[in-house]
Design a protein around this ligand. Structure first.
Ligand code: FE2
Ligand code: FE2
Length: 367
């Protein structure tokens, strides 16, 4: 398959306007004509030169992008995702501890040209990189629950992160909702798994299992998926796991865990039963611990907030007390009336700023 680079080149040039993107060697046309010398900056000033010729090598093989995405970047984004109160973040947090993100990200194989692509995504399509990392973390978790060998976990973590890398080469930007696609958009959407697999096949370091899983990530076991409409028997294990995980993580952007469960149940033959059962088990654990965790979070948040408010009011009262009667008459202070108002509000809620521990015990009782 030939990959159309126009859209991707434009994104690289756009990034080049924001930060340093330089040629690591002369950039040549397929006929050997030099377009840019080694060391030249790539930005929108030179984009026309690149767009009007077929390049000898893909742009990622001949450029250096400053501050490229690496394992540390991914770990940072992953920890942030896990800390969020989104459905995925909460689910991950309940099932795994903080070390999981680091261990899972370290399993992802990164080649320099691929790091360039991830850096373009990080800066220009951050939602795409976040989605990809969510899928990577979730599929690794499923693989761990299924007790798959370490080599296979590396395939899953890598394919999970890179499954939508072909999207960077589409001409449509962010994918619109599938039901609203016209024919041109649909053809591009349909091609992105193949574009992704073609890119990965350029590297010996990415095993065929990774590229195959990427190509299969929108296939469905009943043959209703794309790009090829392959049925279960023709799909790889990593592809089947990725297909379910990608659907689940994508759906959780719009739906709750409960609604996702309905989607799964109404498509009983579309997804592999193994990741589905891991998910259902995770959901069960989530629901059993959910109310407890929510209560813990609420109590912690309320406690911190009340301590802060108490300190603020006591400090404000102390400042007001220090002012002389004469000062109070000549400089009416807004803070005085605010202190009285907030203090009354807290008392009505059964909270006494002079008895923090007693009030906190009340908060605990209410939970
Ligand atoms: Fe995706
Ligand atoms: Fe996709």
């Amino acid at each position: 398959m030939t990959i159309t680079d126009t859209n991707y080149l434009q994104q690289v040039a756009q990034l080049g306007d924001m930060q340093s993107v330089t040629c690591t060697e002369n950039i040549l046309t397929s006929e050997g004509v030099k377009l840019l010398p080694k060391g030249a900056r790539i930005n929108r000033d030179v984009i026309d030169r690149l767009l009007h010729h077929k390049l000898l090598k893909p742009i990622d093989f001949t450029t250096h992008i400053e501050n490229a995405v690496d394992h540390d970047t991914l770990i940072g984004i992953g920890c942030e995702l896990m800390a969020r109160t989104s459905e995925t973040g909460t689910l991950l947090r309940i099932l795994r501890n903080e070390g999981f993100v680091e261990q899972s990200c370290q399993r992802i194989h990164l080649e320099l040209p691929i790091q360039n692509k991830l850096t373009v995504a990080y800066n220009l399509r951050p939602e795409l990189l976040e989605h990809s990392l969510r899928v990577s973390l979730a599929i690794t978790l499923i693989g761990e629950e299924l007790k798959l060998p370490e080599k296979e976990l590396e395939v899953l973590a890598t394919a999970g992160l890179l499954h939508d890398i072909g999207e960077l080469h589409l001409g449509v930007g962010d994918l619109p909702l599938e039901q609203n696609l016209d024919l041109e958009h649909w053809q591009q959407v349909r091609s992105h798994p193949i574009v992704g697999a073609t890119i990965l096949n350029q590297f010996k370091a990415y095993t065929p299992q990774v590229a195959r899983a990427v190509q299969e990530h929108h296939e469905r076991l009943d043959g209703s998926g794309y790009p090829q409409g392959l049925k279960a028997i023709r799909l790889s294990r990593a592809g089947r796991l990725l297909s379910f995980t990608e659907m689940a993580i994508g759906a959780l952007r719009k739906y709750s865990l409960r609604q996702l469960l309905t989607i799964i149940k109404s498509n009983p033959h579309a997804f592999d039963s193994k990741p589905v059962s891991v998910f259902l088990d995770a959901l069960h654990r989530f629901e059993n611990s959910g109310s407890l965790k929510a209560a813990e979070v609420r109590t912690k948040d309320l406690t911190a907030l009340f301590e802060l408010i108490s300190k603020m009011i006591l400090t404000a009262e102390a400042i007001a007390k220090d002012r002389t009667d004469q000062q109070q008459d000549s400089e009416p202070c807004l803070i005085d009336s605010a202190v009285v108002k907030y203090n009354q509000g807290l008392r009505r809620a059964g909270l006494d700023i002079k008895d923090v521990s007693g009030s906190l015990a009340n908060i605990g009782d209410d939970q």
